[in-house]
Ligand binder design. Structure first.
Ligand SMILES: *[C@@H]1O[C@H](CO)[C@@H](O)[C@H](O)[C@H]1NC(C)=O
Length: 253
């Protein structure tokens, strides 16, 4: 980036009132809402809150303050007529348009937003013997707005597909799981396509039944068991030999 414009904060500041041992919390929440990079639908919302209660709000689309409590209503009346509203309106450009332009180029266009980790696994499905169940999971993406599609030999599958919602992890990131129920055919390819803002070209993950996680785990567990058994056997044989030679040595001395 050639020149980095610095971000701005609105003309007023956030402050806290501390009275006695109890704390009263006054806060101001400045929001810039927009849905596209050209910012054509930019809206500046500024909420004034006291102890979690929003008592007044500035809305740039209305270019008005709206009161929600007696204090808020009275104050909104004054601020809507004494020129305050014109000063706040300046923040639509000075704060929102200015900063959002920076966020758009620095964050959205560079695609440095959390990309999903994609995994396909088979899930056991006991009710039907002939059908299998695959689960395509996308983990740790942000923001919301993802699309998972199942492809069978390159063709989109719409039947027997169920999906969870986009589930919030609680750390700003989301996950989603899509289930496909199908009857396996030999030689077919099944893949899961993921579309998300962080993946400009989308991403396709192929299901490889040969190295399914369950199978691999079984092989690992089996091999580990074999090795462990071998070690125990060898140790037992060595111990037995040592002991038996020791016994032989005792009467001969
Ligand atoms: C702001 O006002 C516009 C016009 O009435 C309305 O559509 C929009 O929902 C308001 N935004 C908020 C966050 O209150």
């Amino acid at each position: 980036m050639a020149t980095l414009n610095s971000l701005r904060i609105p003309a007023l500041f956030l402050f806290t009132l501390l009275l006695g041992t109890d704390a009263y919390f006054y806060s101001r929440q400045s929001e810039c809402h927009f849905s596209s990079n050209d910012l054509h639908d930019l809206e500046y919302i500024d909420r004034l809150l006291f102890n979690k209660l929003e008592f007044m709000r500035y809305n740039s689309t209305l270019n008005k303050f709206i009161g929600y409590t007696e204090l808020g209503v009275k104050n909104a009346e004054i601020w809507n007529t004494d020129g305050t509203v014109e000063r706040w309106h300046k923040d639509l450009d000075g704060y929102c348009r200015h900063n959002d332009g920076i966020y758009s180029t620095a964050i959205l266009d560079k695609k440095n937003i959390p990309k999903p980790t994609i995994k396909i696994r088979s899930a056991s499905h006991s009710s039907h013997k002939h059908t299998s169940m695959l689960v395509c999971s996308a983990y740790d993406f942000y923001p919301r707005g993802i699309k998972l599609t199942w492809l069978r030999d390159g063709k989109e599958v719409t039947h027997d597909v169920t999906s969870t919602e986009e589930l919030a992890n609680g750390n700003w990131l989301y996950q989603i799981h899509s289930h496909l129920e199908y009857t396996p055919k030999s030689g077919e390819t099944i893949s899961c396509r993921v579309e998300h803002a962080s993946l400009p070209k989308g991403k396709e993950v192929k299901w490889d039944p040969n190295i399914s996680e369950v199978k691999r785990n079984k092989v690992i567990i089996g091999a580990s068991g074999l090795v462990l058994g071998l070690i125990i056997t060898i140790a037992g044989v060595v111990y037995y030999k040592k002991k038996s030679t020791g016994r032989i040595l005792v009467p001969s001395s």
